[in-house]
Design a protein around this ligand. Structure first.
Ligand code: DGL
Length: 278
């Protein structure tokens, strides 16, 4: 198959409920600096971790159709919650390859030389059982403990990482997790690496694993295998979109990405209001 240069220059789409996916984008840009990209932070619907499957399907469909219109050659599901809950349903629906973080990271995690693995994630990810299920496909002997942290995404999205109250919340959640005696703890929500400094006040930094690092390597090797890597020598261009609060996104993003401009506000007409699942 001959793939045109146009296609190779096409952007890679990144999507998350907010700034969390920037932890993935950051790792991808380090090893694929020439790729063009579009980033969509669905900040009007954040947090995704409390939403129903139907809501996540609706939000994602709007965003993925937008990526299709923009001619994206691939889309990175930089969100553990949607990877865990809706990826299987939408994986063949669009005209590009979709890379889901959980499924891509699980194999690497299953190969860790340990017996007890903790997973910090959103409620949606933990209740889906996706991490233990995917890891057990490769290593059924690994004991996987999922714990959700209801306040963490709110803390990060609102740029409250270093205030005393947030630090106390993180310390308490970590204490609870440590009762399981995990040998490693996965930051199984793309927002959570924003808290690595705070977590490291209470436990060794190398206890924590950010799956985005391996995920980025996987994306690179898969794009290469499919002949889809951008072959230009210039640094890629990127554009950021959000569905609400561009200024807050820019402020909260700065730990992983200094935005020169405000992201563009982009909403979809048929998008329903945020409803929490009880
Ligand atoms: N960062 C996303 C994840 O990895 C979503 C977090 C949320 O909005 O609850 O799950």
């Amino acid at each position: 198959m001959i793939i045109s240069n146009n296609k190779l220059n096409s952007p890679i789409g990144f999507v998350d409920s907010g700034v969390g996916g920037l932890t993935v984008l950051d790792n991808v840009r380090k090893i694929l600096p020439n790729e063009n990209f579009l980033y969509y932070g669905d900040t009007i619907h954040t947090p995704y971790g409390d939403k129903s499957k139907e809501q996540l399907l609706e939000y994602s469909d709007n965003i993925f159709k937008f990526f299709e219109k923009q001619g994206c050659k691939a889309v990175v599901m930089a969100c553990n919650t949607t990877s865990s809950t809706i990826y299987d349903e939408i994986k063949d629906k669009y005209n590009f390859e979709i890379y889901p973080i959980v499924q891509s990271a699980a194999k690497i995690l299953s190969e860790l030389p340990i017996k007890r693995l903790g997973i910090f994630a959103t409620r949606g990810t933990v209740l889906s059982g996706a991490y233990p299920r995917e890891i057990a496909r490769y290593n059924p002997d690994m004991k996987v403990f999922g714990q959700y942290c209801p306040d963490w995404v709110r803390i990060i999205e609102n740029d409250l990482v270093y205030i005393e109250e947030s630090i106390k919340i993180v310390e308490n959640d970590l204490k609870k997790m440590l009762e399981n005696e995990p040998e490693k703890i996965v930051l199984g929500c793309t927002h959570y690496p924003f808290l690595l400094d705070v977590l490291s006040k209470f436990a060794p930094k190398d206890l924590f694993i950010d799956p985005a690092i391996e995920f980025a390597r996987f994306i690179k090797s898969d794009l290469a295998a499919k002949g889809l890597l951008n072959n230009s020598n210039t640094v890629g261009n990127g554009k950021f979109y959000v569905s609400a609060n561009p200024q807050l996104f820019k402020n909260s993003a700065k730990m992983f990405c200094e935005l020169e401009e405000l992201p563009e506000l982009l909403t979809f007409q048929n998008s329903s209001k945020t409803i929490l699942v009880s």
